[in-house]
Unconditional design. Sequence first.
Length: 180
Amino acid sequence: MDKSFLVISAMGSDRPGIVDEFSRFVLERNCGIEDSRMAVLGREFAFVALLSGNTDGIQQVRSDIDMLAGKSGLIVTEKMTTRPASSTAPDQIPFRLLGTGMDHPGVVQRFSRFLHERGINIGNLETHAYNAPVTGTPLFHFEMVIEVPSSLPVSAFQDALEGIADEENVDVEFAPVALQ
């Protein structure tokens, strides 16, 4: 059986039971959730999921999306996609980049531009703004998994990365991702 793949993104007011409703909707159409990210942002629940199933099941999900949106109160979008890549491309090395510093506008943009200029893809990005205990100072933390071309001299890249980190007053950690 050949699998079909569909990406669904949705958001709406957070409440208990949203994941149950969504996963039941998928299961009732004989499809599965291959990969997903879900979070509460502010008071809104947001998620993106990669679904797989036979062609009929995926088409049923697509045709019933409006029903899901109406029953759940979610804003839902969908897009067909292809079989996911099994891992990072052979000429790419996965690295984890962590950063923490005082919160200020432009941190994500500065680091993402730096990576883009070097042909580095961001495979995953999570950010979190919070207040420091005791002082209440606004802090910011990010965690990225990036795909570094194997042709890039890592030590020169790391030196340039630390220069950006110093300019942004962000402490960074940069290390290869352990392959599983």
